[in-house]
Design a protein around this ligand. Structure first.
Ligand SMILES: Cc1ncc(COP(=O)(O)O)c(C=O)c1O
Length: 410
């Protein structure tokens, strides 16, 4: 094999990975309709409603509630379940803070299951160990587009009567045993932020096949307003304004027609890369469960504990081969990334909701709470993945990973 680039050899890749654009004339056409109509607000418009119908149909469910971010979509999902202050929601410690903040703003307590260091998704035994009489929802997060092991989670949910809210923000159209994520539990939440498989710049959507959840979600997105209560004004539940506007709705409507193709391309790339890495020493790709297919928002791998390099050292040597990579994703479990959560300093000088009379006492978020997750993050490397990469790019990635993993010793 040729000399490593970090040691003065020739790099595997001589030119940057290609860039691409997710939006084009299809979005522009829908946007022109909205501008021509002069009507940008959801109510009275057509695009957001059409998008909701198309997204629900794509997932084979009865309800979709569009909103203005993935964070809002998760808040809408929590509101559908309608927990009380001090209730607990079990979720995952590696994610964007947008998964966790809606729990706290809904006066509920986030409880973190440790992760399976191979799949990077919730460890089933840890979910079980964290269930208390106060658990009101389980929120698996399909990290980097890799479907969580849903059968045992659905089993726990059925036995205990605890609903499942799936965070599918990074996992559009990922498949668990032939079923789309977001439809395996009770509620599915999606981000439409710029980097996601389909995007409106910022946006979100929550799906459910449960009529009561669907109705509560659409009121919650709309300040608690029931649209058939026109006058005098009447508001039901306490709620916020999470409307998607018609400009975003227009883009979302065009994007929903493209998302399957985007996911197919990313899946082809991701699965090809994994097969090309077969037998490479010292590193291990994120494990996809049998009969499952990820949507590859990022491509994750871990450096083996006994490898002759750390994740950061591996990234340095790999990027010298002319390809991008990052060590450790978010660096620490998400509760350690947020001062408000780790120090429980929230509203004014309170530590609400942890100080609520209904809350279980003594919940703390400290290093060591999720040991497998901490170890996994220290060993994790992420590679960007894109629908505009082709075979050439994937082969270069595989060649550079193989070269560095095989030869590098620090
Ligand atoms: C797993 C996950 N959950 C929630 C969110 C929050 O979504 P948004 O940034 O659209 O509010 C993100 C966004 O990055 C995410 O990746």
């Amino acid at each position: 094999m040729s000399k490593l680039a970090i040691e003065g050899g020739e790099a595997v890749r001589k030119r940057p990975l290609p860039g691409g654009k997710k939006v084009g004339k299809e979005e522009l056409k829908e946007l022109v309709d909205v501008i021509d109509s002069g009507h940008l607000y959801r109510h009275g418009g057509t695009k957001v409603i059409q998008f909701e119908k198309a997204f629900a149909q794509l997932h084979g469910v009865s309800h979709a509630v569009a909103s203005n971010s993935g964070t809002s979509s998760i808040h809408v999902g929590i509101a559908m379940v309608n927990p009380s202050p001090g209730d607990e929601i079990i979720t995952c410690p590696v994610t964007d803070l947008g998964s966790i903040l809606p729990i706290v703003f809904h006066n509920c307590i986030p409880i973190f299951a440790d992760l399976n260091p191979e799949t990077y998704n919730a460890d089933i035994e840890s979910i079980k160990a964290n269930i208390t009489p106060k658990t009101k929802a389980i929120m698996p997060i399909h990290l980097f587009g890799n479907p969580s092991d849903m059968d045992p989670i659905v089993d726990i949910s059925k036995r205990k009567g605890i609903p499942i809210i799936e965070d599918c923000s990074q996992a559009h159209l990922a498949l668990y045993k032939g079923k789309k994520v977001g439809t395996l539990g009770d509620i599915g939440c999606f981000s439409l932020q710029q980097s996601k498989h389909m995007t409106t710049g910022a946006g979100g959507v929550t799906i459910t096949d449960n009529r009561d959840y669907g109705e509560r979600g659409s009121f919650f997105m709309d300040k608690g307003q029931h649209q058939d209560w026109q006058w005098p004004r009447k508001y039901g539940d306490i709620a916020l304004n999470y409307h998607m506007n018609e400009l975003s709705g227009a883009v979302a409507l065009a994007q929903v027609k493209k998302v399957q193709d985007v996911v197919n391309r990313r899946r082809k790339n991701g699965e090809m890369l994994t097969s090309l890495l077969d037998g490479v020493p010292n590193i291990k790709p994120q494990k996809v469960l049998p009969d499952c297919h990820g949507s590859y928002w990022l491509y994750g791998l871990t450096v083996n504990p006994d490898a002759p390099f750390t994740a950061s050292q591996f990234v340095k040597a790999y990027t010298a081969e002319g390809l991008p990579a990052s060590p450790s994703y978010i660096g620490k479990p998400i509760f350690m990334c947020s001062i408000a959560i780790s120090e429980q300093k929230t509203f004014g000088d309170s530590s609400h909701p942890w100080d609520h009379p209904n809350a279980r006492k003594g919940i703390k978020y400290t290093e060591g709470l999720c040991p497998k997750t901490e170890d996994m993050l220290n060993r994790m490397v992420t590679l960007p993945m894109a629908e505009w990469y082709g075979e050439e790019e994937v082969k270069d990635m595989a060649a550079a990973l193989r070269k560095v993993a095989t030869q590098y010793k620090v």
